[in-house]
Design a binder for this molecule. Structure first.
Ligand SMILES: [Zn+2]
Ligand SMILES: [Zn+2]
Length: 421
């Protein structure tokens, strides 16, 4: 039997989980402050959902999905992202007619068959928000400031925003043709991927990292300079609101994001604290996605980011410190009868909310005391026959070594430990 991990999929171990909780807590707190409601959707969906939503020509759909057949031969896929599922749930609930304006967030694992590297796994964990039902530029600014605020809460510095607008569907088609004219004369000097993208989706040429393509990409026109009047006005208003919030951004005409559903505002939030892989999260508008799934023309936007990278930043910054978890009380025992007594006492104290542990391996007192130390217990109580008979004992404060005689009534112990009396 194989006990290896699947490549690119990791256990998150007890000594790391504190960092994850810290990052998740920042998401939950920010969502509360911005009034976004949590949604949890299944890990698997029909493959068609992602193919239709993200676009057949994207790397995610073309090369990176975990797709398999279920027992009835239906094609299912482990979710590679959250947006398509959120929109599917939105339509399933009939929100498009009953309550079209929704502000939602999610956290959870996603799956992509990519080359594993630091901060990038095949099972990775995302946090994301989706706001549906309004074209108002204030919603774009809110989504961006949500992202910023979450990173602020975690004390992540060096934040800056890359911002662009790729316009509505018509603007995109027009801009694709502008790019085709721009790249056509030089395409034979560019990489095979770019040659393929020229027909499929020339926007994606702008994402190319190949050295020989850069000179042609740098000379390419920017999408924000080729917007229709409505989209240009929308973009101006979004920038005005970001200015009002004092958020640093730069217009990056190469930022188009790789997924087909994006329209108008696209953005990435970066941190200089993270070195080369510095994107914390990315997102944008998807005003046509609900329609793509057969719903009415309801606009939306959102972002998603990876917890893996956040956790790396948190761990590598010296001034972020986790509080060590401490056990309130360790109950050591002497003799078989006192074990029953201590076991029942532990149970009563746990019911009252204390964290309590006892030895489960029938070990000698000396071994139990060293266990209490290694568990970082705040208090120690040794229960022998005499303590069990009298109902009193000596509780020891592990920090000071001070011992105090107390009643072994559960409430007295709780008062002592809670009050520090
Ligand atoms: Zn437009
Ligand atoms: Zn290229």
């Amino acid at each position: 039997m194989k006990t290896e991990r699947i490549r690119g999929m990791y256990d998150i171990l007890p000594d790391e989980i504190g960092w994850w909780r810290l990052a998740e807590q920042a998401m939950l707190e920010t969502a509360r402050c911005f009034n976004y409601q949590e949604i949890r959707f299944p890990i698997v969906e029909y493959t068609e959902l992602f193919v239709r939503g993200m676009g057949e020509a994207t790397d995610v759909v073309g090369k990176e999905m975990y797709t398999f057949q279920d027992r009835k031969g239906r094609s299912l896929t482990l979710r590679p992202e959250g947006t398509a599922s959120v929109v599917r749930a939105y339509l399933n609930q009939g929100w498009q007619t009953q309550s079209p304006f929704q502000k939602l967030f999610y956290i959870g694992p996603m799956f992509r068959y990519e080359k594993p590297q630091k901060g990038r796994c095949r099972q990775f964990h995302q946090f994301g928000i989706e706001a549906l039902g309004s074209l108002d530029p204030s919603l774009d600014a809110e989504v961006i400031s949500f992202a910023w605020s979450m990173m602020d809460r975690l004390g992540i510095g060096g934040l800056w925003l890359r911002l662009n607008s790729i316009g509505c569907a018509e603007d995109r088609e027009r801009f694709k043709n502008i790019l085709r004219s721009h790249f056509s004369p030089s395409i034979t000097h560019m990489c095979p991927d770019c040659q393929r993208r020229l027909d499929e989706n020339p926007l994606r040429i702008l994402d190319c990292k190949e050295e020989r393509c850069q000179i042609h990409i740098e000379a390419a026109p920017g999408s924000a300079d080729h917007l229709c009047a409505d989209c240009a006005d929308h973009f101006t208003q979004v920038r005005g609101m970001l200015d009002a919030l004092n958020l640093n951004y730069e217009i990056d005409s190469r930022l188009v994001r790789g997924i087909d559903y994006y329209t108008r505002t696209v953005f990435e939030l970066m941190s200089k604290d993270l070195g080369s892989q510095d994107t914390l999260l990315g997102g944008g508008r998807y005003d046509g996605l609900v329609e793509t799934f057969g719903g009415p023309p309801i606009p939306g936007l959102g972002f998603a980011g990876g917890f893996e990278r956040l956790v790396i930043i948190l761990q590598e910054r010296a001034h972020a410190q986790l509080e060590a978890t401490r056990l309130d009380l360790f109950l050591a025992t002497l003799g078989e009868d006192s074990r029953h007594y201590a076991f029942a006492l532990a149970q009563q104290l746990r019911h009252r909310g204390l964290s309590v542990d006892i030895d489960h391996r029938g070990r000698a007192l000396r071994k139990q005391l060293s266990l209490a130390n290694s568990l970082n217990a705040r208090h120690l109580l040794v229960v022998g026959e005499q303590e069990a008979a009298s109902g009193t004992g000596k509780i020891k404060r592990m920090d000071s070594g001070q011992e105090i005689e107390i009643s072994l009534e559960p409430n007295s112990i709780v008062d002592f430990i809670r009050g520090g009396a």
